[in-house]
Design a protein around this ligand. Structure first.
Ligand code: GLV
Ligand code: MG
Length: 351
């Protein structure tokens, strides 16, 4: 039995009156998805200022919200949406997971009150395409009911062993999917990893250099990236379906250098952004997920040297061909996107 709809039906709205699904994702800069607790009055009072500093602002309703604040978080998020205009900053929420008692009200109340202001719903603990199909259908019904004009996208958190197993089917499940984030904390628990951290490395996960011939010589130990395999798998699933992959949270706010290293590995592997859970991580994400100025300049030279993207040229002793032209285009396109929101970097790129 086919697990996806036929090509003819793939882009049909799932409810009469719901907006048409996108055929290609809107082009948006999303270097960081900045999490805020919407039940916190002090944070809500500063929301305009916070939103002006980030690419995406996300009202978190799931984990980290205490049980007795679940309703207040949802109300606070709705208030935040109805009382503010966020301009070009993306507006997302992380709803509670599908087996929770709060999720139905999260979706129906938020879309009813402010569906036209919501860009993306982040869905936690996605296990397989069935989770996406359910939310897809529900969103279409609620969008139709409340006259929502553009489709609200779904961003899946990859944070269970079953979800990782089904990552490609999740990517293929609906044109409503925006992308995915790695959820290293829940994933570690689901897999039975022996860690107590929210993302990042572990000092004991690594390789020991071979023993040297000369006995007694020091054998170096090289720490490895615990998340390399999962990020690679997620990036391939996302890019194969035209979706956006993201690294998720980094919980040790006291270690900016380690956060930066983890974000950078994800960036180099293909991710477009990461979560910022603390204000200090906003600048880290801007630094990491904006292309390096020297790389932009070099990439621009490749594009200029190969105007139609074919053939082979040498630049500074390095061979360039169609494949490096395409890599260069990824970097220059990203630089142009960053330049639309970040005048300082725009000047440095000199595009
Ligand atoms: C995020 O939700 C995580 O579990 O890492
Ligand atoms: Mg989680």
């Amino acid at each position: 039995m086919a697990s996806t709809r036929t090509p003819a039906k793939h882009f049909a709205p799932l409810a009469i009156g719901a907006p048409e699904p996108y055929r290609a994702l809107p082009v948006k800069l999303e270097r960081m998805i900045h999490f805020i607790p919407p039940h916190n009055d002090k944070i809500r009072a500063k929301i305009k200022e916070i939103a002006s500093q980030v690419d995406v602002i996300l009202g978190n309703l799931e984990d980290a919200v205490p049980l007795d604040q679940k309703e207040n978080a949802r109300k606070g998020f709705i208030e935040m949406l109805t009382q503010n205009d966020f301009g070009t900053t993306g507006v997302w929420t992380r709803i509670n997971c599908l087996n929770s008692p709060w999720v139905l009200d999260d979706v129906t109340e938020i879309v009813a009150a402010a569906g036209n202001k919501l860009d993306v719903i982040m869905l936690p603990k996605v296990e397989g395409p069935w989770d996406i199909h359910y939310l897809d259908q529900l969103l279409a019904q609620v969008e139709a009911r409340h006259g929502v004009k553009k489709p609200i996208l779904i961003h899946a958190i990859l944070e269970t062993a079953e979800g990782v197993n089904n990552v490609e089917a999740i990517a293929a499940a609906s044109p409503r999917i925006h992308g995915m984030s790695l959820g290293p904390a829940d994933l570690a628990a689901s897999r039975g990893m022996k860690t107590t951290r929210v993302g990042g490395g572990h000092p004991d996960y690594g390789v020991l250099a071979d023993a040297a011939k000369d006995a007694g010589a020091v054998r170096n130990f090289y720490q490895q990236d615990l998340w390399h395999y999962t990020v690679g798998k997620m990036v391939d699933a996302c890019l194969a379906y035209g979706l956006k992959p993201f690294y998720g949270p980094f919980g040790d706010f006291s270690d900016g250098a380690a956060c930066e290293a983890q974000f950078r590995n994800a960036y180099l592997q293909g991710c477009l952004g990461a979560w910022s859970l603390h204000p200090s991580q906003i600048d880290i994400a801007k630094r990491v997920f904006s292309p390096d100025v020297a790389e932009v300049k070099f990439a621009k030279r490749i594009l200029d040297a190969m105007p139609d993207g074919t053939g082979a040229v040498m630049i500074d002793g390095k061979m360039q061909d169609d494949a490096t032209w395409k890599q260069a285009k990824v970097i220059v396109d990203l630089a142009r996107l960053v330049a639309t929101k970040d005048p300082e970097r725009a000047a440095e790129f000199g595009l």
